[in-house]
Design a protein around this ligand. Structure first.
Ligand SMILES: [Zn+2]
Length: 62
């Protein structure tokens, strides 16, 4: 069972969240400058959760 999210702005618990995943744009940019090692840059922040409130539309990351 997932921990209940609540909006930091309005306090509503009607929120959705999803994993950010691999950052392709950052990975490509890293590849241009650092070749294969740059691809690892795309992994930065991939375990972050993006949350959005369904009440007020506030977005935040965890
Ligand atoms: Zn809200």
């Amino acid at each position: 069972m997932e921990k209940k999210l609540h909006c930091p702005k309005c306090g509503s618990t009607d929120c959705t969240s999803h994993k950010k995943g691999y950052n392709r744009a950052l990975g490509c940019l890293g590849f241009l400058f650092l070749n294969i090692f740059g691809l690892l840059l795309g992994c930065i922040g991939k375990n972050k959760l993006i949350c959005q409130c369904n009440e007020c539309g506030k977005k935040w990351t965890m």
